[in-house]
Unconditional design. Sequence first.
Lengths: 115, 114
Amino acid sequence: DTEVTQTPKHLVMGMTNKKSLKCEQHMGHRAMYWYKQKAKKPPELMFVYSYEKLSINESVPSRFSPECPNSSLLNLHLHALQPEDSALYLCASSPGTGYLNEKLFFGSGTQLSVL
Amino acid sequence: EDKVVQSPLSLVVHEGDTVTLNCSYEVTNFRSLLWYKQEKKAPTFLFMLTSSGIEKKSGRLSSILDKKELFSILNITATQTGDSAVYLCAVAPLDRQGAQKLVFGQGTRLTINP
């Protein structure tokens, strides 16, 4: 199984809503990533968890809150978002160490629209 | 600051043509360079290159890295409409505490017309 599964695929939310994005992998990877991608732009790194600990936070606003309940799951909790947060949110995973650690496997993303 | 620049940004060719996509980089501590194909949503892995001069091939796609001149090319021969996608180049700096911070280029949007 070389899949990273993200749910939901599409999400529309108001600026006062609270929602969560979910990501799951069963490749035994120990590093998991959240990226944000605006239209016609490359993915931008938001957060990285390594061995279930937050190791990189790219100065992301606190209205985005990541969580890694275990080595297979990654969540992104959303609260009080702004319309400019509308984007494709991609989850990725990698082995966590050693050769091929930089080979990231991406999920299909959640297309988020904030109204 | 680490930087990856791809060219061209956009390319339109006819089916059957051969295309060459370029990626140049400036990275403080280079570990590897990766190519991804992004059709609609999920970027899918194509190649990872770590050594200069060794060509990686997969069917009609091939890629090579020049660590002296700090660039890589991705070649696609006998293009098909299914090759239409955005091709992303990314560079991985040396491993830091188990997490990788890939530096992505802007991407090349390739359109293959029948």
